[in-house]
Design a protein around this ligand. Structure first.
Ligand code: PEP
Length: 249
């Protein structure tokens, strides 16, 4: 049985003060459930959230990590820095990082190996096609290429412990959601690729989320699809009640 997992991605939103206010309100709404929950926040808000969610099952995640421990990499954050804060998750290869910050499958692969080999921090690997690729009917080929390159050299047991988020770029922050069928189909494709690359056990265990304009109004329909184990939620995770409604769905 895979445990459903709903993660919020705050992107570059919320100051420390705003993060504290969110956490206070969210804690009053949150009831311990069977659903795994986490918020992936900007680096400067991670310790605030760790403190605010202490004693609850709400996880805290970063949105990136460098693949070296230290060095002349201005503006970057290392794994030892994240470990010191005690973060539980780390988003890797989000399309906004691939698009605006030159993240490639090669760096994604190095970052995944770093996290999986040297920490217990669970990576949330994001993959997905853009609109042009979807319109050309190339979504499966694109996602397969990303998965093969991103997971190169990573063993089955490590893959089984991670999370993969299928996030069609055309549905992120656009208000355009993939239909439950489109989302379910692609999550099934990803599970099939994992089975082909590894084995049935790994494919049964890996958590596959959908991400792209998930909100309380469409969450139930999406979560009802067999192959979808949860959601990576951007905009709607900024509002405690909306995020809670998605978890409840
Ligand atoms: C995301 O940031 O990963 C995301 C899916 O954003 P949104 O829910 O706002 O589309």
């Amino acid at each position: 049985m895979r445990i459903p997992f709903i993660a919020g991605n705050w992107k570059m939103f919320k100051t420390k003060k705003e993060a504290k206010e969110f956490a206070e309100e969210f804690r009053t709404l949150y009831k311990d459930t069977d659903v795994r929950t986490a918020i992936c926040a900007p680096f400067t808000q991670l310790d605030t959230l760790k403190e605010a969610f202490a004693g609850t099952s709400i996880g805290v995640g970063a949105q990136n990590v460098h693949f070296e421990d230290e060095g002349a990499f201005t503006g970057e954050i290392s794994l030892p820095m994240l470990k010191e804060i005690g973060v539980d998750y780390c988003v890797i290869g989000h399309s906004e990082r691939r698009q605006y910050f030159n993240e490639t499958d090669e760096t994604v692969n190095l970052k995944l190996k770093k996290l999986l080999n040297e920490s217990d921090i669970v990576p949330i690997l994001c993959v997905g096609e853009n609109l042009e690729q979807r319109e050309a009917g190339r979504e499966k080929e694109i996602v397969e290429g990303q998965i093969r390159a991103d997971l190169a050299g990573i063993s089955a047991d490590k893959v089984a412990s991670m999370v993969i988020a299928y996030e069609p770029i055309w549905a992120i922050g656009t208000g355009k959601t993939a239909t439950p069928e489109q989302a379910g189909e692609m999550c099934a494709v990803i599970r099939g690729i994992i089975e082909e690359l590894y084995d049935e056990d790994t494919c049964d265990r890996v958590i596959i989320q959908y991400g792209g304009s998930v909100k309380p109004e469409n969450a139930t329909e999406i979560m009802n699809m067999d192959e979808i184990d949860g959601a990576l939620v951007g905009g709607a995770s900024l509002i405690p009640q909306k995020f809670m409604d998605i978890i409840n769905s």
